[in-house]
Design a protein around this ligand. Structure first.
Ligand code: 6CS
Ligand code: FE
Length: 305
């Protein structure tokens, strides 16, 4: 299957300068925005910064219920040897569990992925029906949770999963207090407005190492320095129950967790049904289904239970 023209070339042998993004941040459908719960002010901030942080978005009872589910999945022997459970590079601690939006993995988190409070915001930003491209829990356990190098999620989803355009948004639900010492997610405001091609071809079966320590798809330091000089670096700190929505191309990363407190977040990646993956743009084959949905693009309907 050949790809249409690659508008966002990356994973090249030689360095290619960054380019302005070619996609809108707030999408439209036949030139019309979709209505939804985000205010004009919130839309303007998402358009400008590439993310929105809502403190106290979920109540304490919901947070307790989700955390119980995180503990259950972390201890589930049935998942122990599944390749969708990623362990920390320097310990046996669980780093991530993927595909948690699938009912067979977690009925409760599958319902959360369809929570209208998330779904309607994602549909509003993407101006279309949506489905889950990827979901995961990043546990970042105390002392043992290592960081994530600077990257654009879209750069990986484009080169390795075949996501054509920047029409996806991540919802990160903060389930343990994210503070300055336990490796909160850091973002470069405004970085979503540029596509930073990354040097270095995609290795075969890259995902077998990239989910522990990402090498391919990490932008060069000069580009990161230039973008962070424009608007600085912000840490998405907030109490358990907060929600971070970030655009698929916003540069982000995080430090290792040096504190005893875990930094556990659930992530749902909402992709537009108008943006389903084609062939990878810079990899020899698709990544496994636990990392990127490739078959069922049925639009999500709200779970009102
Ligand atoms: O490769 C991926 O799809 C994952 N890697 C990172 C560092 N963030 C996005 C996603 O979970
Ligand atoms: Fe990421």
């Amino acid at each position: 299957m050949l790809n249409s023209k690659d508008l966002y070339p990356s994973r090249t042998a030689e360095r290619v300068p960054m380019i302005p993004r070619l996609d809108p941040v707030i999408h439209t459908d036949h030139d019309r925005r979709w209505s939804g719960p985000l205010s004009e002010e919130e839309l303007a901030r998402f358009d400008r910064d590439g993310y929105l942080l809502f403190e106290g978005f979920f109540g304490p009872d919901e947070v307790a219920e989700f955390r119980e589910e995180l503990r259950r999945l972390e201890a589930d022997d049935g998942l122990r040897d599944w390749e969708g459970v990623i362990r920390e590079p320097e310990s046996d601690e669980v780093r991530s569990v993927f595909q948690i939006h699938k009912p067979r993995i977690s009925a409760r988190l599958a319902r959360l992925a369809r929570d209208p409070r998330l779904l309607e915001r994602a549909r509003q930003l993407l101006a279309s029906d949506v489905y889950i491209h990827q979901s995961r829990i990043n546990y970042k356990p105390g002392f043992k949770g290592k960081g994530f190098n600077w990257h654009s999620d879209f750069e990986t989803w484009h080169t390795e999963d075949g996501m054509p355009r920047m029409r996806a948004v991540s919802c990160s639900i903060i389930l343990t207090d994210n503070h300055e010492f336990n490796g909160p997610l850091m973002l470069i405001p405004g970085s979503h407005r540029y596509f930073v091609p990354c040097v270095g071809l995609t290795p075969e079966d890259n995902y077998k190492t990239s989910l522990k320590v990402q090498q391919a798809g990490v932008p060069d330091e000069e580009s990161i320095a230039a973008l962070s000089r424009e608007r600085g670096i912000e840490a998405a700190t907030g109490p358990a129950g907060s929600l971070l929505m970030f655009e698929c191309n916003t540069l982000h990363g995080s430090n290792a967790n040096m504190s005893p407190d875990p930094r556990s977040n659930v992530f749902f990646v909402y992709n537009s049904v108008r943006n389903v993956p084609t062939a990878p743009y810079a990899a020899s084959k698709h990544r496994p289904a636990f990392l990127a949905e490739r078959e069922d693009f049925t639009p999500l309907t709200p779970a009102n239970d």
